[in-house]
Design a protein around this ligand. Structure first.
Ligand code: PEP
Ligand code: MN
Length: 336
């Protein structure tokens, strides 16, 4: 961090701040130019807030030199993180595919889809039991009954299960029953939830907020990791823009940017990013070619009967085709 002082600040004004910072173990280095006086801060500045420094009247502005996300960042963890979750690997060249319906609707539905996505090569089964819906009148998931159905589907398919938590109320059930706990876009900055889920020490799928920067996403990951869960998968699922042709705008740059900044695996959700089943296929290939560590795709055996997100759900047949072509795209990229 670098503090830039207002021109002409007398040393007597700065002295109390110097004292506080030295007491915190920070080493201060002055850089004095003809018109500018800067103080460089070295050491562990994690607990020094920029806002607090800015509250000193003689401070012109403060510049960050290192990222505030020490645990999620690559700096202190240069190698890719690789997780083995119930036999399914992700990260460091292991490509994961999470597939399944937006919501678990019935035993027949989830078992049939689990069987189909497994046969096509998916490595995780997704399915919402608690659904964040914009309308209070819309189907909000089967709740704990949905978790029970996911457990049956895991037993029958052998696929680890990914499902979203929306409230601290169900932490115990998720800790016991779920392989990967999803924190949805709308809860990416629910800091109490992040902290409590972190305490469970379980794998977490963290989705980028609807209008969140990469730094905000990585700070959300930092919350979870500092709580205790180290296995975090980052997910780009489209962000809000002025475009209306798609549900969101898929930010493909999230893949290389996040992979540069962080050691955590980065996956793409082309279903929520586009909102249209026929756009899921091209976006899956684009994400794969850009080096994503995996995909999360909504698949439904009867999209027109789906209780949630039918328009963006692909059928098992289309999913099968996507899996085959994704494999070819990966092989092509690996050969270059
Ligand atoms: C979901 O995965 O079904 C979901 C609601 O995703 P998001 O939080 O990205 O909208
Ligand atoms: Mn959905």
């Amino acid at each position: 961090m670098i503090i830039v002082l207002k021109q002409g600040t007398p040393e007597t004004e700065v002295r109390p701040l110097r004292q506080i910072l030295s007491d915190k173990g920070i080493i201060l280095q002055d850089i004095v130019g003809e018109t500018t006086h800067m103080i460089g801060l070295a050491g562990d500045t994690t607990h020094i807030a920029i806002d607090w420094l800015g509250s000193f009247r003689f401070v012109d502005h403060v510049m960050k030199v290192t990222e505030p996300y020490k645990l999620a960042g690559r700096k202190f963890h240069p190698q890719d993180s690789v997780f083995d979750i119930g036999g399914s690997k992700i990260g460091g060249g292991n490509f994961a595919v999470m597939a399944g319906p937006c919501s678990v609707e019935s035993e027949d539905q989830i078992l049939s889809i689990a069987h189909d996505v497994k046969a096509a090569g998916a490595t995780f089964l997704r399915g919402g039991a608690f659904k964040p819906r914009t309308s209070p009148y819309a189907f909000k998931g089967l709740g704990l009954d949905g978790l029970d159905l996911l457990k049956i589907a895991r037993r029958k398919s052998g696929l680890p299960i990914v499902t979203e938590i929306m409230s601290n109320e169900y932490l115990d059930a998720f800790a016991r029953d779920v392989d990967v706990i999803q924190i949805g876009a709308r809860n990416m900055q629910n800091f109490t939830l992040l902290r409590e889920v972190g305490r469970l020490g379980k794998p977490v799928l963290l989705k980028r907020g609807l209008a969140s920067t990469f730094e905000e996403l990585l700070m959300a990951a930092e919350y979870v990791i500092s709580g205790g869960s180290t296995q975090i998968i980052l997910c780009e699922r489209g962000i809000r823009t002025f475009e209306t042709a798609t549900r969101n705008t898929l930010d493909i740059s999230a893949i290389p940017v996040l992979q540069k900044k962080s050691h955590l695996p980065v996956i793409i959700d082309p279903s929520h990013a586009t909102g249209h089943w026929d756009l899921v296929e091209p976006m899956s290939y684009a994400a794969t070619a850009a080096g994503a560590d995996g995909l999360i795709i909504e698949v439904h055996n009867h999209p027109e009967m789906a209780l949630c997100d039918g328009a963006q759900s692909v059928t098992p047949a289309v999913f099968h085709k996507i899996m085959k072509k994704v494999k070819l795209v990966r092989e092509a990229i690996q050969q270059i």
